[in-house]
Design a protein around this ligand. Structure first.
Ligand code: ZN
Length: 249
């Protein structure tokens, strides 16, 4: 069925879709501010130029669209055939001409949005499998895309910052990241506190924890391994401004 509006009537999902679409628009804006020559410059991600970031965000939309198609048809279509194929695709994409790279971003984003829009309400609960092997309802694809577009807009390194990311997105990111640490047991003795809130993450059971605190955007920036300028580390093992976050992904 083809419709001009979302098939889902779930207000929470509609709100999540809005955050994904806002993030996509934000990434598009930052990308449009870059000249073709700027694309050759470094991103915030080690070893990646801005070209790599744009290629990755484009191919990510295609990969997520494959999951939505899976939820729509029941035919299993993985995000990527292998991690190597994913990386190879990004390296290839980074060599595209600037116009092709910009088209990749635009077209893949439109395609994903159409897949979301036309997914029948019931199919949003259908299970799909992420590249990491997690089985999730199709609804999860919205969050998977949301965090990609917002964070990688910052990674373009042309003026976007974590404080541009909406608070609900930041809060969910922090939950994801600290949850991943917890699963791996890499958060021992580490406590994360968000200024002006009761939000605390990490290892609450230690008597003398290393505490990382700061405003929400700064704490998430630090936790995501993107910098530590806005956080204050205190407690054992901290040298001011140098405490690295555990690995996230
Ligand atoms: Zn990514």
């Amino acid at each position: 069925m083809v419709a001009r509006h979302d098939q889902t009537t779930d207000p929470r999902l509609q709100e999540d879709l809005l955050q994904a679409r806002r993030g996509t628009a934000f990434f598009a804006r930052k990308l449009n501010e870059l000249t073709d020559a700027d694309l050759d410059g470094n991103s915030l991600l080690p070893g990646w130029t801005r070209r790599h970031v744009v290629a990755h965000v484009g191919y990510n939309a295609r990969a997520i669209a494959r999951l939505v198609e899976w939820a729509a048809t029941g035919v299993e279509t993985p995000m990527y055939s292998s991690p190597e194929a994913r990386n190879h695709e990004i390296d290839f994409g980074a060599t595209l001409s600037p116009i092709a790279l910009r088209n990749l971003f635009d077209h893949s984003a439109v395609h994903l949005n159409v897949e979301w829009r036309d997914l029948p309400a019931d199919n949003w609960h259908h299970k799909v499998k992420t590249a990491q092997g997690r089985t999730v309802p199709a609804e999860e694809t919205v969050w998977m895309r949301t965090r990609e577009v917002w964070m990688h807009a910052v990674d373009l390194d042309n003026g976007a910052s974590f404080s541009d990311i909406p608070e609900p997105v930041l809060a969910r990111l922090l939950k994801d990241i600290t949850g991943a640490w917890h699963t791996r047991g890499t958060d021992t003795g580490l406590l994360i506190k968000v200024d002006g809130t009761d939000l605390a993450f990490g290892d609450a059971g230690t008597a003398d924890p290393t505490i990382i605190s700061g405003p929400l955007p700064a704490v998430v920036e630090w936790a995501a391994g993107r910098g530590n300028s806005g956080v204050t580390p205190t407690g054992p093992g901290t040298t001011e401004g140098t405490t690295a976050a555990p690995k996230w992904i």
